[in-house]
Design a protein around this ligand. Sequence first.
Ligand SMILES: [Zn+2]
Length: 407
Amino acid sequence: MTDSPDLLTTSAGHIFQLFRQGRVRTRRELMLLTGLSRSTVMQRVDALLTAGYLREGGTEASTGGRPPTALTPNDAAKTILAADLGATHGRLAVLDGAGQAITEKNIESRIATGPDAVLDVVCSALAGLLEDSGRDPGQVCGVGIGIPGPVDGVAGRPVQPPIMPGWDDYPVREAVGRHFRAPVFVENDANLMALGEAALCYPDIPSLLFVKVATGIGAGLVVGGRIYNGIDGGAGDIGHVRVPAAEEHRCSCGADGCLAAVASGAAIARELKEHGWPTETSRDVVRLVQDGNGDAVKATRQSGRLLGEVLATAVSLLNPGALILGGDMAFTHEHFLLGLRESLYQRTQPLATRSLHIATSRLGDQAGVAGAAVMVRETVFSATAIDRALTDDAGEAAPDLPPLLRL
Ligand SMILES: [Zn+2]
C-alpha cells in the first residue's frame, strides 16, 4: 500500500519506503540497491534519523571488519489518534504509528446532535485519552476520523449525509485540526472498517467488501489495498437503495422504501418494539438475540435475507474475494449472516461466490479505529508526505495533505 519506490527516484521519502518494505537494512545495502553515492546515502539517512522516521538499532552480521549498523523504521515512536463515529456511539483510540492500540474508549454520542456538539466531545475525549496514554503530544503524526455518511476525503467534509443533520459540507478537518497540531483525515466509517479488515486480517485477498449494519447500513470496498470512494465519495452507501419489501416503510433519511428501513438494526428494533419488546437501538436487538429471543432471531434473519438480496447485485458486479459483516448486527450469533448467505447464494451464479469468503468482522468494535490508523499511517509515512515534512521548516506535515489512498 506504500508508494512503489522507483529506484531512479532517490528522495529520502522513497528511501524510507525501501526500509519499510524490508528491502534494505543498512546504509551499505542502500548504496548497493540504489547505486547512490556514499555521501548522498549518508545525507538522506541522517535526515530520516534526525526527523525520527528511522532509528539505529542492532548490527548486521558482517563478513569482516566493523559490523554495519542496522536501521529500523521508527513508526512506533509516532502516535495516531483515531475516532470511529457511528449514529449513536463512537470509539476512540490512541495508537502508536505502527497501528498498535495503546488506549481505547467508547463514548455515547448521537451524530444527529450536529457537528459542533459531537466534535467538541470527541476532541476533548481524544485529548484526555492522549494524556492518559502518556504519549508526547508533539509526536502525534495524524488524526483519523470516521463518520457514518459519504465523505469528500480531499476536502475532509461530509457530502449530503442522509442521517447526519447539520453535517453537510461541514469542515470536519479544520474543526478537529484546531485541537491537534497534526494533519487530520476524514473518511466514511464503513470504508475505514473495510480498510482495517483488509490490511490487518486479509492482506492476501485483493478485493474486500465490508458491510456495516448497526443503526444504519453502509458498505466499503477496498481494492488492491486502497479504498474505492467513487466520484463523489458515495461508493458503498447501499442503505438507501429502494427495495420492494420496504415500500411501506419510512427511512430515517426521509424517503420511503429504503433498504435501511427494513434491514438495519434500527429497523429491527422498531419492529420488535411494535411486538412489545423493549428495543430502542440495534444494541438492544443484539442483547435479545444473544438471550435467544425467538422474535428477535426471526426478525434478524429476515433482515439478513433482505440485505443479501441487495448484496447479490454488488457481489455479481464486483466478484470480491471477501464479504465481511461488521457493526452491531455482526454480534447476533451469526443469525444475521445466515439470512444474508441464504439469499445471496440463491440470487447469484456459482462463479460469483465460488471463492468468496463470507465472515463476520475479526476486528469487531476495533475495525473502524484500526482502519483510521491504517489510513493515517499509509498517508503520513508515504514518500510524498515524508519529503514534504522534511522540507517543511517546522518539520511538520502540511495540514492540507491529500489522502493518498484514493483510486
Ligand atoms: Zn433512506
